[in-house]
Structures are given as structure tokens and as C-alpha cells.
Design a protein around this ligand. Structure first.
Ligand code: AMP
Ligand code: MG
Length: 413
């Protein structure tokens, strides 16, 4: 087991462990595909658009029939609505009424917007000739050629990508199966919300928080009321889950206290990979394999859970699904100086704003205790101090990740 490793080393080990596991593929209907990871490349079985059609409501014409800067009247030969396959052929001096998306009849090469015409019975008067041949005509394959790779395996299905799958005629899509996740909270002091608190107890806030964090990753987890600090009960519960789930996440019980039984449990019953990272919060994170599961032990402090889930559990879940398009941190300027003793990669909380000039600014939150969950609700971002950073000045540029909407701020500090 490795210990006191760098944050990057920890992420690499987490991803290695994910990559050792097999991926399963399932097929889902498009309505359930949002956020899922595509399991195979998708090639267009048809050109998009599949036929030449009109970009506006108007009249299909032959560009040659109109005259620059002079009104011209053409005979209305018929109507072609979206969905029609009616065949007209372009006779000189005629036009056809078309709606947006209607096929453009053979021989017509340009569409004029309805607003730029006047109708007089079967005569349509055009104010002037459009600047170019082909205006408002959507050509075959303009968006994608037949056989083109439209979506790549590993990409996350979002609204546009799901729309493209549908535009190709697919109603179902092959995606990587989501990992099944069991969540355990533990600690003799924990009481479940909804019950009265006894002296010395606190409510188990991490359990619903972890469920919410997992839900943000599209994962419906399974969890139980908190376990006691009892090594036998812990072992029984975790070994049970280790047969049934792809991933077990615990929080609490991973430090060096007398009641922190999980490092020993993982050593005795599983395969530890690392314990302790040079990061803050989250130093005592424990990681390994237990039964057929990957095991991630987060610290108990709620703010540590928020930060370590984001920095370690999310990359793990992404790698378990072979997700290739993960968000990178943004770069923002610090609004205030910060100093500390260097040596750990530190995730601090702050408020991220974008100025009228487009510059991102992050204001550090001075309330940085890892138990201060209420303070965390005021923030919308984590920002990073690298291992070696001891002093940062106002205006220094740092990596930052928004976990809620970025605010509109002023331009300068
Ligand atoms: P531990 O890592 O078990 O020593 O826990 C560190 C701190 O986090 C202690 O103050 C615990 O009371 C607190 N804590 C642990 N688990 C939870 C939880 N599920 N909900 C809220 N606080 C917790
Ligand atoms: Mg504890």
C-alpha cells in the first residue's frame, strides 16, 4: 500500500483501478440516454439534411428568373409544404411556395423569404434578386455526409448528441453500464435526520449529501442508516456489499483515531492501494479493492466529503464508464492574497464571478474549516493551491472548478 502520495499519483491509481475492470454495455431508449457514455462510434446512415430543403417560409425560384435591383413577377406553380414529396419541375418564369423544411422542387435553386414578396392571385412579385444563388437552400449533407462519424465512443450524451442520434433514425443507443454504488456512513455519534438527537449525537448529513453528489453523476446509489464504530459490524456490512456492488464509498473512520477501523479492515479483508494523500481537505483518503468492488474511503468531515468526492470519486466514476470528455478546471484570478504552509495540494472554497470584461475572479472564503458545511453553501467553486504554493497574491491565477452557477461580478477587484 502506498502512503502520503501526491494528489496526481492518487488520481492515476484511481484511474488504473477503474481501467482494470470490465465494462458492460447496455442499450437504452433515447429518452433515458442523457448523461450516459456512448459505447460505440455512431456513423451517419444517411446524409444530413437527407434532402435539399428550404431554410425559410417563402418561394422557391430560379435565380436566373429575377433581375438585380428590379421587381419581377413570377407565376405561382404550386405549393410544397414540409412533409410533402410532391414533384414540381421548374418551368422558367414560375415559383413554388415552400415552408421551412419543405423539399425544394427539382430545378429551383434559390428561396426568397415570404416577407420580401407580394402576392397578387397567382402572381408573386419579388422586390429584387437575392445576392447569391442558393440563398436559403439547405443542401444535402451540409451538416454531415453519409458514413461520417457523428459521435465517438466515450463521449457523454447531451441534448444535441441525443438529437443527432434521433436524426439518424436511432431510437435506442448503446451506452456503458453505470457502476452500481453502495454508500456507507459510519460513526457512533450519527443519528438519522427525522429522529430526535441524544446528547453527543449529530445528524448524518453525509449520507444524503453523498447520494446527491452521486445523483449529479447520474448514479442512483444504495445506502443504509449509519453503521456504528464496531469493526465486526463494519466488516460484515462492507463484505456483503463487496459481493454486490461495483463501488463502495464510505465516509468517516479512515483517520488514525482509535475508532478508525477501515484502514485495518481493508488491509485484512481486501487489497489496499493507497492510504493518505498530500491534499487538503482529504488527507486520510483510503482506496483499494474489496471483494469484487472498488473501495473508496472518504474522510468524515462534510466539507472534505464535498471536495474529495469531486476530486477522486468523480474521476473514478468517469473512468469506470470510459468517459472521455471530462471538464477541465478554469483559470481565475484571486481577489485576495492567501498564505499558508506549503506541502499539500489544497482545495479551498470561494465565490467565482465573471466580470463584464469576461475575466473570472475567485474570492477565497475565509471560513475554511472542513466541518463548516453551512459556509460551503455560500460558495460556488473550489480553487486550488498547488503543493508548493505558500503565498498567493491578489491577481494571481489559480485553477478553479465551479460546482454551482458562476455569478456576474464587477470587472476589477
Ligand atoms: P471521522 O473521519 O470518522 O473521524 O469523522 C470526522 C468528523 O466528521 C467527525 O467530526 C465526525 O463526527 C464527522 N462525521 C463523520 N461522518 C459524518 C456524517 N455521516 N455526517 C456528518 N458528520 C460526520
Ligand atoms: Mg468517526
Amino acid at each position: 500500500m502506498q502512503t502520503m502520495i501526491s494528489f496526481q499519483h492518487a488520481v492515476d491509481l484511481v484511474i488504473d483501478a477503474a481501467n482494470r475492470r470490465e465494462r458492460a454495455v447496455e442499450t437504452v431508449g433515447l429518452a433515458r440516454a442523457s448523461g450516459r457514455v456512448l459505447a460505440q462510434d455512431i456513423f451517419s446512415p444517411l446524409p444530413l439534411p437527407p434532402f435539399r430543403n428550404s431554410a425559410v417560409d417563402g418561394f422557391a425560384i430560379r435565380w436566373d428568373d429575377l433581375v438585380d435591383d428590379m421587381p419581377t413577377e413570377l407565376h405561382l406553380a404550386g405549393e410544397q409544404f414540409a412533409g410533402a414529396s410532391g414533384a414540381f419541375s421548374a418551368q422558367p418564369g414560375t415559383c413554388v411556395l415552400v415552408t421551412t423544411g419543405a423539399p425544394i422542387p427539382e430545378g429551383f435553386d434559390t428561396v426568397v423569404m415570404r416577407e420580401h414578396t407580394e402576392r397578387d392571385g397567382a402572381g408573386i412579385r419579388f422586390h429584387r434578386r437575392p445576392a447569391r444563388v442558393g440563398e436559403f437552400v439547405r443542401s444535402v449533407g451540409e451538416d454531415a455526409a453519409m458514413g461520417e462519424c457523428l459521435l465517438s465512443a466515450g463521449s457523454t450524451l447531451n441534448a444535441a448528441r441525443i438529437g443527432v442520434a434521433a436524426a439518424c433514425g436511432l431510437d435506442r443507443i448503446a451506452v456503458i453500464t453505470r457502476p452500481t454504488v453502495a454508500v456507507f456512513t459510519l460513526g457512533d455519534e450519527l443519528q438519522q435526520p427525522g429522529n430526535p438527537l441524544c446528547p453527543g449525537q449529530i445528524y448524518d448529513s453525509n449520507r444524503p449529501m453523498l447520494q446527491a453528489l452521486l445523483a449529479e453523476c447520474g448514479i442512483e446509489s444504495v445506502s443504509w442508516p449509519a453503521l456504528p464504530d464496531d469493526p465486526n459490524r463494519l466488516k460484515a456490512a462492507l463484505m456483503d456489499a463487496a459481493e454486490a456492488f461495483d463501488l463502495i464509498i464510505t465516509c468517516g473512520g479512515v483517520s488514525a483515531g482509535d475508532k478508525d477501523f477501515l484502514p485495518t479492515l481493508l488491509r485484512d479483508a481486501g487489497k489496499p492501494i493507497f492510504w493518505k494523500i498530500r491534499m487538503k481537505p482529504g488527507m486520510p483518503v483510503l482506496f483499494g479493492e474489496l471483494g469484487r468492488s472498488v473501495y473508496l474511503g472518504l474522510p468524515g468531515n462534510p466539507v472534505s466529503v464535498l471536495a474529495t468526492f469531486r476530486q477522486l470519486a468523480r474521476p473514478l466514476l468517469d473512468a469506470m464508464q470510459s468517459r472521455s470528455d471530462v471538464a477541465l478546471p478554469m483559470r481565475a484570478k484571486l481577489r485576495a492574497p492567501v498564505s499558508r504552509s506549503a506541502g499539500r495540494r489544497e482545495y479551498r472554497r470561494g465565490t467565482l464571478e465573471v466580470g463584464m470584461d469576461g475575466q473570472l475572479w475567485v474570492t477565497p472564503d475565509p471560513a475554511d474549516g472542513s466541518h463548516r458545511l453551512v459556509a460551503a453553501t455560500r460558495n460556488n467553486a473550489l480553487w486550488v493551491m498547488d503543493e508548493q504554493d505558500a503565498e498567493l497574491s491578489a491577481g494571481d491565477v489559480v485553477d478553479t472548478e465551479a460546482f454551482a452557477h458562476i455569478l456576474r461580478g464587477t470587472a476589477a477587484p
